[in-house]
Design a protein around this ligand. Structure first.
Ligand code: ATP
Length: 591
C-alpha cells in the first residue's frame, strides 16, 4: 500500500524506535489477560472452590502473592504504556520535523508556474494541519489499532483456551460488525476528502483577508468579507457535522453489537456455568476480558474517521512532496562566475497557459547598457523581464545571457548575477538594514548606508526612530509606497549585480527623487546592464535604447530622440506627459 510505504520511507532514522514501540504495544496489550487469569485463580481457589474457606486460611500467602501479582502487573503495564507512548511521540515528532523541512525546501524550490497555480492558504494547510494529521496517525491511530487488535486476539485466544464453544458463540457477532464497519468506511471516505477541501478554502480565505485587510478596509467591505467568511465557515461546519452524523447512523448498530458480547456471555456463559462446563472463575475471566472484544468495536468509528482524514491529508502532502518544478538547478559546480551582462532575446515567444503573451521578440543589450521598456498595461513588460532570470521558460526562441541560453546556465549562478526590484514590492518583517542586505547578510553597515543613499532612501531612514534598525511590518507596513520602492531598489543594487532589472521601481517617487536615483544608476561603481520598465518619459529619456511593447510585440525601438522623430506611441506618451507638465506649470503660474 502506497501510504504505508511512504510513511515507512519517511520514518528513516526512527524506524527502530517505532518498531520497538509497536512491539512494546503488543507486549503491553497481551499482558491484559494476566490479571483476569489471576482473578480466575483467586475466584476458583479462594471464593467458589469446594474447600475455599480452608484454603483462605491455609494458603493465605498464595492469595497475597496473587493480589500483589495483580498490582505488579498493573504497574508494569502502566510503566510500559508510559515508555511506549514516549517512543511513539519521539518517532512521530522526529518524522514530522524531517518531512516539514523536506516540504519547505520543495516549496522554496518550486518555479513561478507552481505559485501561479497553488493558493497560499492551501499550502499553509498542507504545512500545518495535514502534517499534524500524519503525526497523529503515527502516534495515535496505529498505536490504537495495534493495541486493540492485540487485546482482541489475546482475549479470543484465552477464551478458546477456556472454552471453544462459548468463544464461537461470542464470535458470531464478528461478521455483522465487519459489514457495518465496511459500510461506514465506504460512506465516510469521500466526505473527508471534501472536508479537507473546504478547510483549505477557509484557510485561503482567512489568509487572503488578513494579507489584504487594507484593501478591505479601504473599500469598507468588512461586512461583505465577514459574510463571505461566514459562508465558508458554515460550509465547513456543515461538512464536519455531516461526517459526524454518518457515524451516528452506524453507531447504534455497532454499540448494540458491542453490548451483544455481554448478553451472549450472560446467557451462554450462565448456562455453561450451570452445566458445570466452565467454572465461576473462568466465567469471571470471560467477564473481565469482554471489553477486549467490545472496546475495539467502540473505537472503530474514531479510527475509521481518523484514517479517512489521514488519507485526505496525505494525498495533499504527497502533491507537494512529489511536485517537480520544470525549472531546476542543475548544480553543475560550486564556482559561481560573474557575467559581463550581455542579454539577447532571439525570436522569443511566450504563453502562460494558453494565450500568447509575447510573440517573436528579438533585441540585444550590450554589457553596461541601459535599456528602457515601455508599453500599455498588460502589454507583456513584466513577462518579458521574467524570462531573463528564468522565472519562466520561453515557448519558442531563446533568451541568452553572456551568449548562453539561460536554460543551459546554472540557475543559482544566473539569478545570483541579476538584481531585481519587482513591481509588487515585498519587504520582509525585519529591520530596514536586514531588508537591504537580504542578498548578502554579511554586508557591512557602511555598505548598506551607501546603497540606501544611492536609492535616495538614506534621508528618510535616518529620520526613523531606530534608523536602520527600525523593524518594518509585514510586507513593509509602516512605509509609504515610494519608501518601500526605494528600499527594494537599494536591496537590488546592494548585490552589485552585472544585470539590474527594475520593474516600475520609481513609479511612486517624486520627480526630484527620481532624478537622484537616475544619477545613481548612471554612476554605479560596478559594471551593470540595466533593464528598466517605466511609464515616465523622464525615466526612459536617458536610456541607451527604448523598446515599446504592444500586445506582446516590440512595435518601436530606438533612442529617445529617434523615437520622438518616429511620431509613434512613444511620441504620443511624451506629448501627453509634457502637456501635463505644461498644464501644471500654467496652473502654478496662475496661482
Ligand atoms: N501569472 C500569470 N498567469 C497568466 N497570465 C498572466 C500572468 N501574469 C500576467 N499574465 C497575463 O499576461 C499579460 C501580460 O502581463 P504583464 O504583467 O507582463 O504585463 P505588463 O506589461 O507588465 O503590465 P503592467 O504594466 O500592468 O505591469 C497580461 O494579459 C496578463 O493578464
Amino acid at each position: 500500500m502506497f501510504q504505508l510505504k511512504w510513511l515507512w520511507q519517511n520514518l528513516k532514522g526512527d524506524r527502530v524506535r517505532y518498531v520497538l514501540a509497536l512491539l512494546f504495544s503488543v507486549v503491553g496489550s497481551s499482558l491484559t489477560i494476566v490479571n483476569p487469569y489471576i482473578g480466575q485463580l483467586i475466584v476458583d481457589t479462594f471464593i467458589t472452590g469446594a474447600d475455599a474457606a480452608q484454603k483462605l486460611t491455609d494458603e493465605r500467602a498464595l492469595l497475597i502473592g496473587l493480589c500483589l501479582g495483580m498490582i505488579g502487573f498493573s504497574l508494569l503495564r502502566t510503566g510500559l504504556a508510559y515508555f511506549t507512548t514516549l517512543m511513539y511521540e519521539r518517532a512521530s515528532q522526529n518524522m514530522l520535523y524531517r518531512i516539514r523541512i523536506f516540504l519547505y525546501n520543495k516549496i522554496q524550490g518550486q518555479d513561478m508556474h507552481y505559485y501561479d497555480h497553488n493558493r497560499t492558504g492551501d499550502l499553509m494547510t498542507k504545512m500545518t494541519g495535514d502534517l499534524d494529521m500524519v503525526r497523529h496517525t503515527m502516534s495515535w491511530i496505529f498505536k490504537t489499532i495495534i493495541e486493540s487488535l492485540t487485546v482482541f486476539v489475546a482475549a479470543v485466544a484465552y477464551f478458546f483456551y477456556i472454552d471453544a464453544a462459548l468463544t464461537w458463540w461470542m464470535l458470531l457477532l464478528s461478521p455483522p460488525i465487519f459489514i457495518v464497519t465496511f459500510l461506514f468506511a465506504r460512506r465516510v471516505r469521500p466526505m473527508y476528502t471534501d472536508l479537507r477541501e473546504r478547510l483549505s478554502q477557509l484557510n485561503t480565505m482567512t489568509q487572503e483577508n488578513i494579507a489584504g485587510n487594507r484593501v478591505v478596509k479601504a473599500f469598507a467591505r468588512e461586512e461583505y468579507e465577514v459574510e463571505k467568511f461566514n459562508e465558508k465557515n458554515i460550509n465547513f461546519a456543515k461538512a464536519n457535522k455531516a461526517a459526524a452524523m454518518v457515524w451516528l447512523d452506524y453507531f447504534p448498530y455497532l454499540e448494540t453489537l458491542a453490548q451483544g458480547f455481554t448478553v451472549i456471555l450472560m446467557i451462554a456463559g450462565g448456562l455453561f456455568v450451570m452445566d458445570g462446563r466452565i467454572t465461576f472463575g473462568e466465567f469471571s475471566a470471560f467477564s473481565a476480558l469482554i471489553w477486549g472484544l467490545s472496546n475495539p468495536m467502540r473505537n472503530i468509528g474514531i479510527i475509521i474517521n481518523d484514517i479517512q482524514r489521514f488519507f485526505a491529508s496525505l494525498s495533499k502532502i504527497v502533491e507537494v512532496y512529489y511536485a517537480h518544478p520544470k525549472i531546476v538547478n542543475e548544480h553543475k559546480g560550486d564556482a559561481k562566475r560573474r557575467y559581463t551582462g550581455r542579454i539577447q532575446f532571439d525570436q522569443v515567444s511566450f504563453k502562460y497557459d494558453n494565450a500568447m503573451v509575447l510573440e517573436n521578440i528579438s533585441f540585444s543589450v550590450e554589457p553596461g547598457e541601459t535599456i528602457a521598456i515601455m508599453g500599455a498595461t498588460g502589454s507583456g513588460k513584466t513577462t518579458l523581464i521574467n524570462l531573463i532570470p528564468r522565472f519562466y521558460d520561453v515557448a519558442k526562441g531563446r533568451v541568452l545571457v553572456d551568449g548562453t541560453d539561460v536554460r543551459e546556465l546554472e540557475l543559482d549562478e544566473l539569478r545570483g548575477n541579476i538584481g531585481v526590484a519587482t513591481q509588487d514590492v515585498l519587504l520582509f518583517s525585519d529591520t530596514i538594514d536586514g531588508n537591504i542586505a537580504f542578498g548578502n547578510p554579511e554586508m557591512p553597515e557602511d555598505e548598506v548606508v551607501k546603497f540606501a543613499e544611492l536609492a535616495a532612501a538614506h534621508n528618510f531612514i535616518r529620520k526613523m526612530p531606530e534608523g536602520y534598525n527600525t523593524i518594518v511590518g509585514e510586507r513593509g507596513v509602516g512605509l509609504s509606497g515610494g519608501q518601500k520602492q526605494r528600499i527594494a531598489l537599494a536591496r537590488a543594487m546592494a548585490v552589485q549585480p552585472p544585470i539590474l532589472i527594475l520593474d516600475d521601481t520609481t513609479s511612486a517617487v517624486d520627480l526630484e527623487t527620481e532624478e537622484h536615483i537616475q544619477q545613481s544608476l548612471r554612476e554605479l561603481d560596478y559594471s551593470c546592464t540595466k533593464i528598466i520598465i517605466a511609464q515616465r518619459v523622464s525615466t526612459t529619456a536617458q536610456a541607451d535604447r527604448i523598446l515599446i511593447l504592444d500586445n506582446g510585440r516590440v512595435i518601436e525601438e530606438g533612442t529617445h530622440a529617434e523615437l520622438l522623430t518616429k511620431r509613434g506611441y512613444y511620441y504620443e506618451v511624451f506629448m501627453l506627459q509634457n502637456e501635463g507638465i505644461g498644464r501644471q506649470a500654467t496652473a502654478n503660474g496662475q496661482k
